[in-house]
Design a protein around this ligand. Structure first.
Ligand SMILES: [Zn+2]
Ligand SMILES: [Zn+2]
Length: 128
């Protein structure tokens, strides 16, 4: 039990440090770099379990691998179609009106994702 808690803490800490919506594979690579004794299966299981518990967010982006987010407050995502980078989209204050829910249905989860070009891919920054 103790060991599981420590492993969970490490995975969550690394996810928080990465802060870039990494894939499970990328989280594992970072965790493994810092703690070589943690197996891939353990990291994947922790990511899955913790997203079910609400301690992290499994980000569902169309046509992309599953990614994970240390932010669990409501927000949306935008993905760069060229380099695949994912950034947070803040939800504006006030009510959100994106459609009319059919009678009798209750909404438990809503996902909106945007796609476009990031600053770098749009050529808005110097360099390359
Ligand atoms: Zn890009
Ligand atoms: Zn996010």
């Amino acid at each position: 039990m103790q060991r599981n808690t420590a492993q969970k803490r490490r995975v969550l800490d690394i996810l928080t440090q990465m802060a870039n919506h990494p894939s499970a594979e990328a989280v594992y690579a970072a965790v493994h770099g810092a703690y070589p004794s943690i197996s891939k299966a353990t990291v994947y299981r922790i990511l899955k379990d913790e997203s079910v518990c609400g301690n992290l967010l499994a980000v569902d982006i169309p046509r992309d691998v599953n990614r994970y987010d240390h932010r669990t407050d409501p927000h949306w995502h935008i993905r760069c179609r060229r380099c695949g980078k994912v950034a947070d989209v803040e939800i504006g204050a006030g009510s959100i009106n994106v459609g009319t829910i059919p009678d009798g249905w209750s909404v438990e989860r809503m996902g909106i994702s945007f796609e476009g070009l990031c600053r770098e891919c749009a050529g808005l920054t110097d360099g390359e």
